[in-house]
Ligand binder design. Sequence first.
Ligand code: ATP
Length: 426
Amino acid sequence: MEKMEKIVSLCKRRGFIYPGSEIYGGLANTFDLGPLGVELANNIKASWWKTFVQNRDDIYGLDGGILMSPKIWDASGHTKGFIDVLVDCKKCKKRFRQDHAKDKCPDCGGELTNPRKFNPMFKTFIGPVEQDSSIVYLRPETAQAIFVNFKNIIDSFHPKLPFGIAQIGKAFRNEITLGNFIFRKLEFEQMEIEYFIKQENWKKHFENWKKEMEKWFLGLGINKKNIRWRNHKKDELSHYSKKTEDIEYRFPFGFKELYGLAYRYDYDLKQHSNASGKELKYQEVDNNKFFPHVIEPSFGLERTILAVLNEAYHEDGKRIVLKLKPSLAPIKVAIFPLLSNKPELVKQARKVYDLLKTRFVCAWDSRGNIGKRYFAQDEAGTPFCLVFDFDSLKDKSVTIRHRDTMKQERIKIDELKEYLNKKLNE
Ligand code: ATP
């Protein structure tokens, strides 16, 4: 089996990621997060929010709407300028984005149809009547909610330049190419920052954000040799960007875009100022007013999850183990009574579980033999398993087994909380 298939299969088996609408035959490019997937996603988002919002005093959080006035998308240029060009292969009938296909079918080498333009924004309607005046779009990026709240943040917090506004949220795109698991979805989550700066400093901030993006991503347990930066050529730049560089990650299907870093100059604030009639300038103490320029680091949650799973996936003989960084692991500690048919053992083990579960995400498992229980937790990426055995009744200690080394040690129940706290934050 290819590595990608193995990851997909583990994700389904262990409850990380399920195909969307599966019992109805599925819906292409949609997926649902299972119980472990939700925890992993939340841990990644929490790490991002902590690093880029809570640990800094120059970045403000925001959670804007998915549905916004359609005027926003006219002003931002998305209704006219956000265009994918698609081509079909005349031979194998597969459909591709032109920028992915170039002159021949990438799959079979067949001849391609003439390019057709289309706008990947999803449309829906407000009110009971479907007419042009009631059209709204599901946002194709989170960034615009930030620009339209620029003035609100200035009025509430009076920040000094440079400062940023950050948001995590869903974005929607009517993607036409299929495959590669959660790499390309119809609805996905973005983690974006619009960082407002003075024009003359853009190069410095651009370089600095490259470092910040890389540092956070590598901190998730990613090997540096699996990333590289790629500069967009002039003809592939988005309608709003003067310079874009992507971090590419070596996915099992090759190096592909992970995140983008764009210099949006003052395009968006100017456009919204003109279209709304509200002045979205920044005013300095000496009354000098101007449109700040913008550097935009844009992170995709699903591509992060896929990269993290790819790095963590290890096979060691028959053992499959997800060597997730403990802070990202969905379950931190699993607690097992040695035998499930000894009531006193189960009762006392359950007490250890109750003691820990208010502090750490814990799992309880009393089924089957211990080996099988370890196997399941290794696949879930759980860093620690605790076994409560007959000796535990006397010495008030449990055996702790480390996921990566499989080493076991004895530890006093009284000292567990402190021990785990330390290990999980390493
Ligand atoms: P691609 O060329 O792969 O379609 P893009 O250049 O259109 O990506 P951006 O508009 O730069 O993507 O969006 C910023 C980030 O959002 C991407 O780097 C990626 O992490 C994420 N992203 C974009 N589209 C999708 C999608 N369909 N599914 C999952 N994540 C996505």
